[in-house]
Design a protein around this ligand. Structure first.
Ligand SMILES: Cc1cc2nc3c(=O)[nH]c(=O)nc-3n(C[C@H](O)[C@H](O)[C@H](O)COP(=O)(O)OP(=O)(O)OC[C@H]3O[C@@H](n4cnc5c(N)ncnc54)[C@H](O)[C@@H]3O)c2cc1C
Length: 378
């Protein structure tokens, strides 16, 4: 029987990370949603560092897209050129969206983020790096921001006897945007675990080995401290993924690569193209949490434009907040609405113990168990 319902607009979502999945799924009932994502599976990278020290987590953090959309589809491909009405994919295919959502996020050096589209290859890379790390007695972490702190905590939780040294050009841990008492608390926990902090001075030169390679080396900070280590990891360097933007969309790409948006999360100068998550300049406080707060605004605004009902909602970035685990049971945090620091026990409940796996598995319509990993539940 012929379908007599009116044509549904096409919404193309570029990127199937935290931002993309939380826009794609709720629009599945009002639009033909096409999610473009080069990776085989959704990667819950919030738990990536736990999987490095304990690869049994891998099955739980690579989650299939098969249960995400009922009507829409997920295309395994990469946008190589996108303007408002036309997207060219690496395969050569072209899409002509009525609405376009830029959710391509950011890259970050391995192991914090995966840079391999194939799940099998990505798992292999994590397992190999885990073996190298397990065999290393001394670990150097370049960067004492949230990723360096979290990785130090994960390593110390599994291998308390390993030497862990964090080096940062900044004079304190975590970065400028956070409270001094939170930094002091994180420093205290790290030093209690025996991690060494060399702050306020960069290395004279990067280590001579590749990051993640097991081979002893010696480096020196500009202040003159010498560190001998067997392996190192780069724990800084967020790079927004926006180099595929063309035409009018390229005009909204700032020199630092982030995409300028209006409070309605429309790309600057556009009326049917939205950007959210790490790739957008909507909020200085990047995170899966911020992507999750922005997604309902984009969903509501696309719905309003499709149906003609209601005005456009606006996103208001909250003041800085963060939680930083140090192993499954430690860490600290700050909340915008509280004068008190978030204690380790609450950080453990919010993230450290289950690494928020269940929450994102549910969003993908997947059930996960610690024993068998992910299976599609829809
Ligand atoms: C180790 C670590 C721990 C973290 N812990 C937390 C935490 O506890 N809480 C928190 O809130 N945040 C945390 N974050 C930050 C969080 O991971 C990011 O803010 C989040 O990934 C942003 O989501 P996103 O969807 O915008 O981008 P991403 O997660 O980067 O997803 C973007 C997707 O787009 C795809 N893509 C890229 N280019 C293209 C293209 N050209 N075409 C199509 N698809 C493309 C990518 O493959 C990727 O799947 C952590 C980050 C790290 C590295």
């Amino acid at each position: 029987m012929a379908d007599s319902s009116p044509a549904r607009p096409t919404v193309v979502v570029l990127g199937g990370g935290y931002a993309g999945i939380q826009v794609a799924r709720p629009l599945d009932d009002v639009a033909d949603v096409v999610l473009v994502e080069p990776k085989d599976d959704f990667v819950h990278n919030v738990a990536a560092l736990r999987a490095l020290v304990d690869p049994s987590w891998l099955e739980r953090i690579y989650l299939p897209y098969t249960g995400l959309l009922g009507r829409g589809r997920v295309i395994r491909d990469r946008a190589v050129k996108a303007d408002a009405g036309r997207v060219v994919l690496a395969s050569g295919a072209e899409l002509s969206p009525d609405y376009l959502v830029l959710a391509t996020g950011s890259g970050y050096p391995f192991p914090a983020k995966s840079d391999v589209p194939s799940t099998e290859a990505a798992h292999g890379k994590v397992r190999n790096t885990h073996a190298a790390l397990a065999a290393a007695g001394r670990v150097l972490l370049l960067g004492a921001g949230p990723v360096g702190i979290e990785l130090a905590g994960e390593i110390k939780a599994v291998w308390p006897g390993k030497q862990v040294t964090l080096v940062d050009v900044a004079s304190d841990v975590l970065g400028e945007r956070y409270r001094p008492d939170l930094k002091a608390e994180l420093r205290r926990q790290l030093t209690d675990l025996g991690a060494e902090l060399l702050l306020g001075s960069p290395l004279r030169a990067d280590p001579p080995t590749a990051a993640g390679e097991l081979r002893p080396f010696v480096v020196t900070t500009q202040a003159g401290a010498e560190v001998t280590a067997d392996i190192w990891f780069r724990c800084y360097g967020v790079a927004p993924a926006s180099d595929y933007l063309a035409g009018g969309l390229a005009a909204a790409r700032r020199p630092d690569g982030f995409v300028e948006v209006t409070p309605e999360l429309l790309v600057a100068g556009q009326d049917r193209v939205f950007a959210l998550g790490d790739v957008s300049a909507a909020d200085q406080n990047k995170g899966a949490g911020a992507a999750g707060r922005q997604a309902p605004i984009v969903v509501s605004n696309i719905r309003a434009l499709i149906t003609g009902d209601g005005g456009l909602a606006r996103y208001e970035p909250p003041p800085a907040g963060i939680i930083v685990p140090i192993g499954p049971d430690g860490g600290g945090g700050q909340r915008p609405d509280s004068a008190d620091l978030v204690p380790a026990e609450v950080v453990a409940q919010l993230k450290g113990r289950d690494m928020m796996v269940q929450r994102f598995a549910e969003l993908l319509g997947v059930s996960v168990t610690a024993e068998s990993g992910a299976s599609c539940g829809r």
